[in-house]
Design a protein around this ligand. Structure first.
Ligand SMILES: [Zn+2]
Length: 233
């Protein structure tokens, strides 16, 4: 009964037998995780090293005021099991580093819900090496971007962000931007896992939610990319 309203739209068996890796359980991750759990993605591994802070609560909607100080992965886990006890959620309370990359699961798809380029590049490297599709989103203020990386077929994150400096620390963001982009990531994951529609593989969607400026462009390989070899690895 739980999936009655979506059964004619997607193959629930495919969704229920899939494993999704969600890196980050902040603003993007809260939204992506809520909707993938509700949709019945059978196994989800969440990774985050941070604890809930009061300043997270404007956008990280899986975490409540009473969770302040708690590891985000455990706060998220509690809510997700209340929402859908039929799925399996694995939590990894750890930072993604060169040393911990081997602890990440070889899931069917990975979702980048991170907040800094340094960790994103590590996740991208892991996904390219293990041939795992990666959904990338990033938000700032009222703007968001979204793309899907298919190793061996599309440019990787290191191609797309070649030469981009690795982050600038804290930036302003309105919760709805993170919510919309996180849900869009979940939507791309559901489409990929159930082989429905056209995912944003090799395309970058840019959204400005303040004035609804929307643009879509093709991502390009960097022939000197050290991660994917510009599509030749
Ligand atoms: Zn590349």
């Amino acid at each position: 009964m739980r999936y009655k309203r979506q059964r004619e739209l997607v193959n629930q068996d495919l969704l229920s037998s899939s494993h999704v890796l969600i890196a980050g359980t902040g603003g993007l991750g809260s939204a992506a995780l809520l909707y993938l759990a509700a949709a019945g993605a059978g196994e989800i591994t969440i990774v985050d090293a941070d604890n809930v802070e009061e300043s997270n609560l404007n956008r990280q909607v899986l975490h409540f005021t009473t969770d302040i100080g708690k590891p985000k992965v455990f706060s998220a886990l509690e809510k997700i099991y209340e929402l859908n006890p039929e799925i399996k959620v694995n939590e990894k309370y750890m930072r993604i580093t060169e040393e911990t990359l081997s602890l990440l699961p070889e899931a069917d798809i990975a979702i980048d819900c991170l907040d800094n380029m340094e960790t994103r590049f590590l996740l991208n490297k892991f996904c390219v090496e293990k041939n795992i599709p990666l959904i990338h989103a990033a938000v700032e203020a009222f703007e968001g971007r979204l793309t899907v990386i298919i190793p061996g077929e599309t440019p990787c994150l290191s191609c797309i962000y070649a030469g981009v400096p690795p982050g600038k620390g804290e930036f302003p963001v309105i919760g709805t931007t993170a919510g919309i982009l996180g849900v869009a990531e979940a939507s791309e994951a559901i489409k990929f896992l159930t082989k429905k529609g056209r995912i944003l593989a090799g395309k970058m969607l840019m959204l400005n939610l303040l004035n609804w400026e929307v643009s879509l462009f093709s991502t390009t390989f960097n022939p000197n990319c050290s991660v994917c070899g510009g599509g030749k690895k």
